[in-house]
Write a protein that binds this ligand. Structure first.
Ligand code: ATP
Length: 260
């Protein structure tokens, strides 16, 4: 499914938070959304997920403006893994993941055998099979994060949006998640702070700064030394590691360097 923001703006309390953003995530692409704290990544993701109504412009799925779409209809198309989302503490892991089937269920019917197969596959994908009957309040931060992502996969959406999903994950689970996102046929837009991870697994990077889109393209074109200095206020050298992956060596903030 193709997702597009067309000249999209959104604000709150009289303040414009994202301004005039036009971006298209093609069907099956894995796109990284990057930018400093407060640059508007979560706000853009929430607009694209239909949780915020744009103050100007539009959000389109496959060319259709989603204004007025019911949340159930949106959830049949797209899954959203929010940053540090919470769940009821009484639920078991398998119950949280089963919530992913809600948009497709008849209100009065239980889960079908096909639903159970999808839920088991999502648990396996996120390395949660051994934790399926554990209660929420007994899980670590990383295990909760993986359960939320498994819930999104159980939704079997056409597109999946994730807001800093690698937070709380150890390095192995970070790589496994990014490999999963890069290999899925679904359209993926993922907000990330780790620029090297974003560069390695994303087809394209979209860079926000102060609520505006400042770059959109292949990782090596977006992540330049000048741009990191300008947008992140950090001095860095961009090179390649032995395997040809983009390698970023950070030297500190320009102010700190000059003060030395
Ligand atoms: N409902 C709101 N009311 C007022 N200000 C808001 C609201 N939501 C977000 N903001 C502000 O808008 C700006 C962008 O926030 P947003 O969460 O989109 O940034 P972000 O790029 O996701 O940041 P981070 O990397 O820190 O998660 C921030 O300054 C934030 O305080």
């Amino acid at each position: 499914m193709k997702i597009a923001a067309e000249n999209l703006s959104w604000g709150a309390n009289g303040r414009t938070i994202i301004r005039g953003i036009t971006v298209e995530i093609g069907s099956g692409q894995t796109v990284g959304l990057i930018g400093p704290n407060g640059s508007g990544k979560s706000s853009l993701l929430r607009c694209l997920a239909g949780l915020r109504a744009p103050t100007a412009g539009a959000v389109c799925y496959n060319g259709e403006d989603i204004t007025g779409w019911h949340t159930r209809r949106i959830a049949q198309h797209l899954a959203f893994v929010e940053q540090a989302s919470e769940s009821d503490s009484d639920l078991r892991v398998v119950d949280v993941v089963s919530l992913g089937r809600t948009p497709f269920r008849d209100r009065w019917r239980g889960l079908s055998p096909a639903d159970h197969t999808i839920i088991d596959a999502a648990l396996d994908h996120l390395d949660l099979a051994s934790l399926r009957d554990r209660h929420w309040n007994t899980l670590s931060g990383g295990e909760r994060q993986r359960a939320h992502i498994a819930r999104a996969f159980a939704q079997r959406p056409w597109a999946i949006l994730l807001d800093e999903p690698t937070n709380h994950l150890d390095i192995r689970h970070q790589f496994e998640l990014m490999e999963l996102l890069a290999s899925t046929d679904q359209t993926v837009l993922v907000a990330l702070h780790d620029l090297a991870l974003a560069a390695r697994y994303c087809d394209r990077l979209v860079l926000l700064s102060k609520g505006e889109l400042v770059a959109d393209g292949p990782p090596a074109e977006v992540l330049t030394r000048d741009r990191l200095r300008e947008v992140y206020e950090i001095d860095a050298t961009i090179g390649r590691d032995d395997l040809g992956n983009l390698a970023i060596t950070y030297h500190g903030t320009p102010n700190l360097q000059e003060a030395r």
